[in-house]
Design a protein around this ligand. Structure first.
Ligand code: DOR
Ligand code: ZN
Length: 353
């Protein structure tokens, strides 16, 4: 298959940052996706509906002219989040989920949750109101090997959360292991997972290929090839509880290429093209539309997009550097090529740019 069309996709896990950085990266996502679930790990984090409303207004203002891209906002769960905030979030109509960062697990997670059971009243309110909990599923115990942190989280906290709150909708974000794939498969219909393009395309060798590769460093960290194969098998199976979430996470070049580099891979620039490579690798291009354009919307209870985009098999060069406000940004595959070209088809997709 050298040409395919699909309903305009959505990105169910995205970091847009703020200010000049937001202005720099937003067009990349808006070119490809009609909507995106926007992560709240700003400094300070987005913990109130008021802050989410203001952040949303800044995102809308940063859209290229004529672009109908819709940001789907999230709140950052803390131990001080109240059930009242949960009701306000539901009533707002623009807050679609809460994000649970175990404190210390990743970038800007220091205000996150040390003890999830202190959030129980809020989680109960979310279950009742149908607001999903988006989970960064890694334990933070420094004694646990960094490659095992997802599995240990699933065996402990995640298992207990699902038992205690069977009505709560949960999305395990950016899953990276065969254990996570199995956990989602045997879980209830209220449980789903996003998968990134970089975890589908790279294994942990990519961190050390010819030297230390900071642009391949993200959290959860890349895993062994056997785990990547399990993720590929999940997308190839067409399971409706697996969907697209890029976790595109821009960091200025000098904060990645340094003594203690930030975690995050920037993929928004060629996100759908990278996913097409992964689906092609397992002969499953026919499953891409479900993963990219249907399953997430269905899980969140939102309408599927009516526009369409097309992908043509054609090598496209990826720039070595992108603008990032006053800084530079190194995208995944910088200076290399992607195997697909994204074309928006006529009529112009509502939501597309
Ligand atoms: O690699 C990552 N980068 N993982 C995360 O969980 C956060 C993200 C970021 O915000 O940079
Ligand atoms: Zn993320």
């Amino acid at each position: 298959m050298d040409y395919l069309t699909l309903a305009t996709p959505d990105d169910w896990h995205l970091h847009l940052r703020d200010g000049d950085a937001l202005a720099a990266v937003l067009p990349d996502t808006a070119r490809q996706f009609a909507r995106a679930i926007v992560m709240p790990n700003l400094k300070p984090p987005v913990t109130t509906v008021q802050a989410a409303s203001e952040y949303r207004a800044r995102i809308l203002a940063a859209r290229p002219p004529g672009c109908a891209f819709e940001p789907l906002m999230t709140l950052y769960l803390t131990e001080r989040t109240t059930p009242q905030t949960i009701s306000q979030a539901r009533e707002s109509g623009f807050v679609h989920a809460l994000k649970y960062y175990p404190a210390g697990a990743t970038t800007n997670s220091e205000f996150g949750v040390a003890d999830i059971w202190r959030c129980l009243p809020s989680l109960e309110a979310m279950a009742e109101l149908g607001l999903p909990l988006l989970v960064h599923g890694e334990v933070t115990d420094p004694a646990v090997d960094v490659f095992d942190r997802e599995r240990v989280f699933l065996e402990g906290t995640a298992t207990r959360l699902l038992e205690r709150l069977p009505a709560l909708k949960v999305v395990l974000e950016h899953i990276t292991t065969r254990e996570a794939v199995a956990f989602v498969r045997r879980g209830p219909p209220t449980l789903a997972a996003t998968i990134t393009a970089h975890h589908l395309l790279l294994n942990r060798n990519a961190l050390f290929q010819g030297g230390l590769r900071p642009h391949h460093y993200c959290l959860p960290v890349l895993k062994r090839e056997a785990h990547r194969q399990a993720l590929l098998e999940a997308i190839a199976s067409g399971g409706s509880r697996f969907f697209l979430g890029t976790d595109s996470a821009p960091h200025a070049r000098h904060t990645k290429e340094t003594d203690c580099g930030c975690a995050g891979a920037y993929t928004a620039h060629t996100a759908l093209e990278l996913y097409a490579e992964a689906f092609d690798e397992v002969g499953a291009l026919a499953r891409l539309e479900g993963f990219a354009s249907w399953h997430g919307a269905d899980f969140y209870g939102l309408p599927r997009n009516s526009g369409r985009v097309a992908l043509r098999r054609q090598a496209v060069e990826v720039p070595a550097l992108l603008d990032y406000g006053a800084d530079a940004l190194v995208p995944l595959r910088a200076g290399g090529k992607v195997a697909w070209r994204l074309e928006t088809t006529a009529p112009a997709a509502p939501g597309g740019c």
